[in-house]
Design a protein around this ligand. Structure first.
Ligand code: CUA
Length: 340
């Protein structure tokens, strides 16, 4: 009996210590704060009910326990209108106390801001196992790093290219599924502060479901505009080495886009050197504290994508006939393809 109790307690502690960038218990925006408020309210009520019920049970067990030498059954009591009313009315009141703010929050969350002129529209597409972000008002598409201006309502429209995924940024909002067959889901959230928040796929979607991560970069309005301008710039010189440029064009650009070249079947690579992570999970850190450098991560990915994300659709460049030198050259080029 002790073991499960310790396990549950450990789990509660672990969730409490979650990092601020990936914890619903450390809300960083209004939508997440509303959910957190509801969690606190329901847990408080549950704890109070638990304490009262357990105290009464303990009191009864001690007060009315069988005394030494006692052999006859004590007086039996049956039915009490007063008690019946009491334990019907109290739960009813508790249900109302829980329901009113919950229903209010559900209706507030239902405002998707899609037709709000001031909101930034983002069309999200879930893919096995990466995220595509299209900004219809700006005519740009990116992947894995969702860049948003702080404080603005971001209106999302969700769909999937394959199976059901679920779009979730725990510290900013609740989650919503991406559905197939043309079913579109809309919702919105905002991030009042600048920062990088982690997003996760929250619906089992295949062997690399747990690795289907993305980043939300909340930046100042000016930085956002600068990012948009950078994304719209045509990719000028692809690669200085003409042979490598041809390989890149013939192989990589069949599925990927850089600037105005190639197509977005796989993740759009425009400005990939400026991203927070490669493939959403290999954290880029040129100082080497949190992760490897962008170039190292790109090499890790390009030399064997399936070992980083099992079952993902990217063909291994080696299988396409690229040599180690070519792969390293492309990694070097992409790592230095920064936006600003
Ligand atoms: Cu996509 Cu889990």
């Amino acid at each position: 009996r002790l073991l499960p109790m310790i396990a549950v307690f450990g789990l509660i502690l672990l969730t409490g210590c979650g990092r601020a960038d990936l914890s619903a218990l450390r809300p960083q925006g209004p939508a997440a704060e509303t959910s957190y408020g509801l969690m606190k309210l329901s847990i408080t009520i549950m704890v109070i009910v638990l304490l009262i019920v357990f105290s009464i049970a303990a009191f009864v067990m001690i007060r009315f326990r069988r005394k030494p030498g006692q052999s006859e059954i004590p007086e039996q009591v049956e039915g009490s209108i007063k008690l019946e009313i009491l334990w019907t009315v109290i739960p009813l009141i508790l249900v109302v106390v829980l329901a009113v703010p919950t229903v209010k929050a559900v209706f507030a969350a239902g405002n998707d801001h899609w037709n709000d002129k001031n909101a930034i529209k983002v069309k999200v597409t879930g893919h096995q196992y990466w995220w595509e972000f299209e900004y219809p008002d700006y005519g740009i598409t990116t992947a894995q790093d969702l860049v948003i201006p702080k404080g603005k309502d971001i209106a999302f429209e969700l769909k999937t290219a394959d199976v059901i995924h679920s779009f979730w940024v725990p510290s900013l909002s609740g989650k919503l599924d991406t559905n197939p067959a043309g079913t579109i889901n809309r919702f919105s959230f905002s991030a009042p502060n600048e920062g990088v928040y982690r997003g996760k796929c929250a619906e089992l979607c295949g062997p690399s479901h747990g690795l289907m991560e993305f980043k939300v970069k909340s930046v100042s309005e000016e930085a956002f505009q600068k990012w948009v301008d950078g994304m719209k710039k045509p990719a000028a010189v692809l690669l200085e080495d003409p042979a490598l440029a041809k390989t890149f064009k013939d192989q990589c650009l069949k599925c990927h886009a850089v600037g105005d070249q190639g197509i977005s079947v796989g993740p759009n690579l425009t400005g990939i050197g400026s991203r927070e992570a490669i493939a959403g999970i290999l954290i880029n850190d040129d100082s080497g504290v949190e992760g490897a450098s962008v170039e190292e991560n790109l090499k890790t990915w390009l030399h064997d994508p399936k070992s980083v994300k099992p079952n993902n659709l990217m063909p291994s460049p080696k299988d396409l006939g690229l040599t180690d030198e070519e792969i390293d050259g492309i990694a070097h080029y992409l790592a230095n393809y920064k936006l600003n």
